[in-house]
Design a protein around this ligand. Structure first.
Ligand code: NAP
Length: 313
């Protein structure tokens, strides 16, 4: 990928898209094209075609999607499948028709079967039933991955899919109901510190294991893959570092500087006992994450305290 290539980052104001945009600019890529949701609604086929006809990016990174937590997913399934199918179909098709050289599509680990063997290998896709709570979102993401493969096979368009594990970091969403595990926990410890609360209660036994990846590491991996990966298909991107919910809570307590107690409410559901990706394909290419969970959380908390995140709260 040449430094003067025109690169369109779709979803550049989201957590992942903003990290990718920062990484590209830091890496000396000078022609990064972005549009906000209101400037370019990606579910509008005509608007997407007009944008691609005018701008003709060489590379496209598709980090725009309707994303949400368990509540939004289970109550707005219609919106999730419609919006995501439209966004992906419009962008992948226009990228091909208007001459882009390559497209990177961001998938999600929820597309893997609910009971996939751990660590999850890329080949386990479509080998078993999916988790029911976010089925419309997962099916849309699978359709996007299959569309990339089919365009590669039929038209020779170099579209491929990156499958990240749980992402956290700068730009995360701290909404009390719609946030993911790390951002939700960070907010609760921060509020407990401010209120001088005696304890923070964490749902479940604390034993489930999760693989987390810092958004800046994911962004670095995406740029690395655009520069070095030619195989196509799909590739897992995780940190390879697992942490239990208990250890995550204790680490969060220390990063935030909360001095009260942490309690685990074992009457609440634990969710999947372990979720980790097999990252051997990525490791074999020579990519390694830069941030440990401790470093990533400290960076995220510093950003949160700067107040940028509070506008979402
Ligand atoms: N966060 C994770 O843990 C995680 C894990 C695995 C995979 N991923 C994937 O990574 C990608 C980015 O996720 P994220 O966490 O960065 O999400 P995010 O913070 O919610 O960002 C999504 C971006 O897409 C934009 N967008 C949504 N609908 C649009 C539309 N119709 N037209 C134009 N722009 C639209 C949003 O703009 P507005 O905010 O203005 O609507 C936002 O900037 C997604 O495909 C997601 O599936 C994320």
């Amino acid at each position: 990928m040449k430094k003067d290539a025109r690169i369109y980052v779709a979803g550049h104001r989201g957590m992942v898209g903003s990290a990718i945009t920062r990484r590209l600019l830091e890496g000396g890529y000078a022609d990064v094209v972005t549009r906000t949701h209101s400037e370019l609604p990606l579910d509008d086929d005509g608007a997407v075609k007009a944008f691609f006809a005018e701008n003709r990016p060489d590379y496209v990174i598709l980090a725009a999607a309707k994303v949400g937590g368990i509540v939004a997913n289970s109550t707005q399934g219609g919106d999730f499948i419609r919006e995501n199918l439209r966004i992906q179909t419009n962008v992948i098709d226009a990228a091909y028709r208007y001459g882009a050289r390559r497209l990177l599509f961001l998938g999600s680990s929820c597309i893997y079967p609910k009971f996939a063997e751990q660590p999850i290998v890329e080949e386990s896709l479509l080998t078993g039933p999916l988790e029911e709570t976010n089925l419309p979102y997962a099916v849309a993401k699978i359709a996007g991955k299959v569309m990339c493969d089919a365009y590669a096979q039929q038209y020779g368009f170099e579209a491929f899919t990156v499958m990240p594990s749980n992402v956290y970091g700068v730009g995360d969403n701290f909404h009390p109901e719609h946030s993911h595990v790390v951002a939700g926990m960070l907010r609760r410890f921060h509020e407990a510190k401010l209120q001088g609360a005696e304890k923070v209660v964490v749902w479940g036994t604390g034993t489930p294991l999760r693989e987390l990846i810092d958004a800046d590491d994911l962004a670095d991996a995406c740029v690395f893959l655009l520069e070095n990966y030619t195989e196509g298909g799909m590739i897992n991107v995780g940190s390879g570092e697992e942490i239990s919910i208990r250890d995550l809570a204790l680490l969060m307590k220390s990063v935030v500087g909360y001095t009260g107690d942490v309690e685990f409410d074992a009457t609440r559901p634990d969710g999947t006992p372990r979720k980790i990706m097999d990252n051997s394909k990525l490791s074999a290419l020579g990519w390694r994450p830069k941030f440990s969970i401790e470093e990533g959380l400290a960076k995220m908390y510093a950003w949160f305290c700067e107040g940028a995140a509070l506008r979402e709260a």
